[in-house]
Design a protein around this ligand. Structure first.
Ligand code: PLP
Length: 385
């Protein structure tokens, strides 16, 4: 039995390899940054979500070191047992104040936060309304919640409204990525909030890619000027914030409910308090990061100009996530390989992560203008070939 199962897995891996869908990890021998050493190669890195270049910032390193000296390394327990520290409290309060909400709750990862929020708010007899391009962690959360899973086509407000109007569910929760992680475009959040009000739903916004980047760093809701007690905001901290972990900001009663009822919050060890201490430093860098965000916008504009000039198939994205659609998986892999040979690291993203294969180019304020120009020139040459 065990051995036939192993044979089956081997066969499945072979099939994936034949379809150009095998995944493997590449190993970094340097800190995250614009220039990294990967599997023995020096590459200019256009793969990471370290949008502001903070992952190895000296202030964060110093704060993490000070945090380790002050609090040790491990938290030792879950938040409700003995793992909740002064550092976590201070970071939650500072985060809530920064994004302009009354309360916030910290999580060890964004994936866990999504599982926690959705499963604590809805269950059997309730309904979740979700964009088809939402992040996998949100989809997993809905399945775990056992609520009815109503998916609408990407950014399709007409279909969303129809689903809301038809629904007889007791509780309704709309769930969307604020910035779509593989496409870089935004959800129409103002219109969605209006629908949430009309149909008495809550709106949960996963701002993994907007926090730190949009709205002067406060995220997509701040960018769009949206405020409402119906809004629940997730910021993940492993991307622009340069840390790891996540924060959920919402009304105090909702935060209290999560602490009491969200199993993915309750039954896991708290993140090391040194990370919360580094989080306070990260909030300062994000607050003072207007220049970093200007640099990021300059890189995105230069890239889009150069790619439009050579007829590359871009998506409608103004964020640091800039996909180039290509005809098939093999072409995506071949382009990614050719870029690597020329010193550039760009991910080929394929099904099932996305419906259509693409190169996903991610910009960081850590990139120099020369690095961006070099990527553009190399891509222009490769795409013409
Ligand atoms: C990265 C990401 C997550 C998961 O956050 P982690 O902290 O990496 O677990 C959730 N949602 C979206 C949209 C993401 O891009």
């Amino acid at each position: 039995m065990v051995f036939s199962l192993l044979d089956e897995l081997q066969q499945s891996l072979r099939e994936r390899a034949d379809a150009g869908l095998l995944r493997r990890r590449r190993t970094l021998a340097t800190p995250q940054g614009a220039l990294v050493e990967v599997d023995g190669l020096q590459l200019v890195n256009f793969c990471s979500n370290d949008y502001l270049g903070l992952a190895a910032h000296p202030d964060l390193i110093a704060a993490a070191q000070a945090g380790a000296a002050r609090w040790g390394v491990g938290s030792g327990a879950a938040h409700l047992v003995a793992g909740h520290f002064v550092a976590h409290e201070a970071f939650e309060q500072a985060f809530a104040a920064f994004v302009g909400r009354p309360a916030a709750l910290s999580f060890a990862t964004g994936y866990l936060a999504n599982l926690a929020v959705v499963t604590a708010l809805v269950g059997r007899g309730d309904a979740v309304f979700a964009d088809k391009l939402n992040h996998a962690s949100l989809n997993d959360a809905v399945v775990l919640s056992r609520a009815d899973f109503k998916r609408f086509a990407h950014n399709d407000l007409v279909q969303l409204e129809r689903l809301l109007a038809e629904s007889t569910a007791r509780r309704k929760l709309i769930v969307v990525d604020a910035v779509f992680s593989m496409d870089g475009d935004l959800a129409p959040l103002a219109e969605m909030l209006a629908l949430a009000e009309r149909y008495d739903a809550l709106l949960y916004v996963d701002d993994a890619h907007g926090f730190g980047v949009l709205g002067d760093g406060r995220g997509t809701l701040a960018e769009l000027g949206l405020q409402s007690p119906r809004l629940i905001q997730l910021a993940t901290l492993g991307k622009a914030a340069g840390l790891g972990g996540a924060m959920v900001a919402a009304e105090p009663v909702l935060i209290d409910w999560l602490v009491n009822a969200a199993r993915p919050y309750i039954y896991t060890t708290a993140a090391p308090p040194l990370l919360a201490q580094a989080g306070l430093a990260s909030l300062r860098l994000i607050t003072e990061g207007a220049g970093l965000r200007d640099t990021l916008r300059r890189h995105v504009a230069a890239f889009r100009g150069a790619m439009q000039a050579c007829g590359a198939q871009l998506l409608d994205s103004a964020t640091p996530i800039q996909p180039i659609l290509v005809q098939d998986n093999q072409r995506a892999l071949a382009l990614s390989d050719a870029l690597r040979e020329r010193g550039y690291w760009v991910a080929a993203i394929r099904p099932p992560t996305v419906p259509t294969p693409r190169l996903r180019v991610c910009f960081s304020a850590a990139h120099s203008d020369e690095q961006v120009a070099g990527l553009c020139a190399t891509l222009q040459e490769l795409l013409r070939a």
